[in-house]
Design a protein. Structure first.
Length: 212
């Protein structure tokens, strides 16, 4: 029997809520993304569930990267309320972006890239800037982090900045950013790919005024 759209939405809702219980921070990221999507576009709920289900297939997929992906979905979905005149375009781009992002090979490549940056195997040209920002943030919040911890978070900050170009780009302007995602999938040299992202960052970073 072919399921109706409403049945698919209800099924996805149940599965998303069940998956929430697995992890605390990850569950929070799932809940926030789900609640924002539910608020602005119920038809995107099955797409969100399919993405979560795909990420869950891989035990090596970094949980903080999952949270980062979901936080970007929540943020872009919130643009519907911020820019109501562009609601239909934002929703269509969001749906298509989630569909494109839900590519096993692409997600695994993104996870590999994230892991290499966190391990320090791919250099970041703005690493000193990230490290200073992390140091200052820890100082302001009275956190007694050792240098190793600061380095970890500085690398993560850089990874989020560059991987975020792909994720947010797909969600905001999938036609423009799908080729970049395909380039990530097809590359055999992730270090060179990151060099390209760093060099072209200002041109590649998604801009709301251009998209909407």
């Amino acid at each position: 029997m072919v399921k109706t759209l409403d049945e698919k939405i209800e099924e996805a809702k149940r599965k998303i809520i069940t998956t929430e219980s697995k992890y605390e921070d990850y569950a929070t990221a799932i809940r926030h993304a789900y609640e924002q999507i539910r608020e602005v576009d119920q038809e995107s709920i099955p797409l969100l569930w399919n993405l979560i289900k795909t990420m869950e297939k891989f035990s090596t997929f970094d949980i903080e990267l999952k949270e980062f992906i979901l936080s970007n979905i929540r943020k872009v979905a919130s643009y519907v309320e911020l820019y109501p005149y562009f609601k239909e375009r934002i929703i269509q781009n969001l749906r298509r972006g989630i569909e494109i992002l839900t590519n096993e090979e692409g997600l695994l490549k993104m996870n590999e890239l994230y892991s290499l940056i966190l391990d320090g195997k791919i250099p970041l040209q703005n690493f000193d800037k990230y490290l200073k920002e992390v140091h200052d943030w820890a100082y302001r919040n009275n956190l007694k982090w050792d240098q190793e911890t600061k380095i970890k978070y500085a690398r993560q900050k850089g990874a989020y900045e560059y991987i975020g170009v792909i994720i947010k780009g797909l969600l905001m302007d999938p036609t423009k950013y799908e080729p970049l995602y395909k380039q990530l999938i097809e590359t055999y040299d992730l270090e060179k790919f990151v060099e390209h992202l760093q060099k072209e960052y200002e041109k590649l970073i998604p801009k709301k005024d251009v998209t909407f």
